[in-house]
Design a protein. Structure first.
Length: 430
């Protein structure tokens, strides 16, 4: 298997970072193919918690080369802050271990300012962006006026950057927002530019050569299926392709690499989302607090990037089955199984009621979920603390029954389940 794709099966925040970490030890490359620093992947290794937003989380292992693909949008300051954090934590960071595609697009302060101003202008109709400039950067890419990482190599890059800031200031004035200090931005980018130049590479060529040589590529998606620009709960989505097929355009590898590929979908044992949009199985009050946590632990349900409390609910099997279909998932990993310990019964959404009819599949996608009432299958819970369990057979019978129900509903096997935030707190269904 030359290619394994890790993709979120929900609205992001499924725990993909630690699953990438699990598989990365045996990979030659770990490669991000979409998004920017609006994504947050957390990996706990012993006493250390790594919160990564741009750099593939697999870089924590010594073997793989980490790649930021052309499908990404990269904030230079965020990139350099992250490399600095990793180096201080003892992770080897150098141009031999870390590459950025010359065709990835740059996020500038203009994009961040416009993102925030546009969200304010939407008022009650806001879509809950992170304010990191992702949407405006992808807008510039689509309208063919963006600045790419490879442009940092051009002698006149700073002039082009200054012109972008001037144009953004005109838009900000129209939106009633404060202008950006052009000179300060240019000065900061001059420093960032010099530090980033050694990392720029033709990553498409390198990855294609690696696949031809039989090396193993672990492709790391950001966000989740339900945030995909085409296949998500539009318009409450991100601006990039988050599904498995995005790996081919986002890394610049041909579809023939898909032969024998494995698509691993990561899904929490319950449902969460951050920001606005429909959520059929959402719960509130004490039950929500029980699933979310209080925020006292770093793995409680608060956004890695935004810090916002996540909305929570029971696992939605209709949306999971949809995610399996549009990604071509071959297996599932269920995270946070330990959070469900102590529930007497569990609810699993197996369909929706609407207008007197029961719906088990989404015929027009998930963009309009208002008015759907979840149909639940009640399953027995378990009282045991599963955090110390390391083998599948040692899981409580009810926990295995719950995982079996998920696999049956999704139509693909559950390969792994996490029982805690630490790297080794994983059980494998062999």
């Amino acid at each position: 298997m030359a290619l394994q794709i890790i993709v979120g099966a929900q609205w992001g925040d499924e725990g993909k970072g630690r699953i990438v970490d699990w598989f990365a030890a045996d990979s030659d490359y770990v490669a991000r193919y979409n998004g920017g620093d609006n994504a947050g992947h957390s990996v706990t290794v012993g006493p250390k918690l790594f919160k990564l937003h741009l750099i593939p989380s697999g870089i924590i292992h010594p073997k793989p080369v980490a790649v930021l693909g052309n499908g990404m949008v990269v904030n230079p300051k965020a990139f350099l802050d992250e490399t600095d954090m990793l180096q201080k934590a003892g992770v080897e960071i150098n141009p031999q271990r870390l590459r950025i595609s010359y065709a990835a697009h740059l996020i500038t302060p203009a994009h961040m300012a416009l993102d925030k101003a546009q969200e304010v202008a939407r008022g009650k109709g806001n879509i809950g962006t992170t304010g990191r400039g992702i949407g405006p950067a992808y807008t510039d890419k689509a309208t063919r006026r963006g600045l790419r990482v490879g442009d940092l190599l051009a002698p006149d890059f700073l002039q082009h950057l200054s012109a972008q800031i001037d144009e953004a200031n005109q838009q900000l004035s129209f939106l009633g927002a404060s202008p950006i200090d052009n000179g300060a931005v240019v000065e900061e980018f001059q420093r960032c530019r010099e530090a980033m130049l050694p990392y720029i590479a033709d990553t498409s060529l390198e990855l294609c050569n690696a696949i031809s040589a039989g090396q193993r590529i672990l492709a790391e998606g950001a966000q989740g299926t339900l945030l995909d620009i085409d296949h998500g709960t539009y318009p409450f989505v991100t601006s990039s392709s988050t599904v498995a097929s995005g790996v081919f355009t986002g890394l610049g590898i041909g579809v023939t690499a898909a032969e024998g590929a494995q698509v691993t979908g990561v899904c929490k044992s319950f449902q969460t989302r951050v920001g606005s949009g429909p959520f059929p199985t959402e719960v509130f009050d004490d039950l929500a607090l029980r699933l979310r946590g209080t925020g006292q632990n770093p793995w409680d349900e608060y956004g890695t990037t935004t810090g916002r409390a996540r909305r929570v609910g029971w696992l939605d099997g209709v949306l999971l089955r949809y995610a399996v279909r549009v990604n071509g998932m071959t297996e599932l990993v269920i995270t946070k199984l330990d959070i469900l310990s102590g529930f007497q019964t569990l609810q699993l959404c197996v369909g929706y009621h609407q207008n007197g009819k029961t719906i088990v599949d989404l015929s027009f996608g998930p963009s309009n979920l208002e008015g759907y009432e979840p149909v639940y299958q009640e399953l027995p819970g378990w009282a045991e603390d599963v955090s110390a369990i390391r083998t599948w057979d040692d899981l409580p019978a009810a926990a295995k029954g719950y995982l079996d129900a998920i696999a049956h509903l999704a139509g693909v096997p559950v390969r792994l389940a996490s029982v805690g935030p630490e790297r080794e707190q994983m059980v494998e269904n062999k």
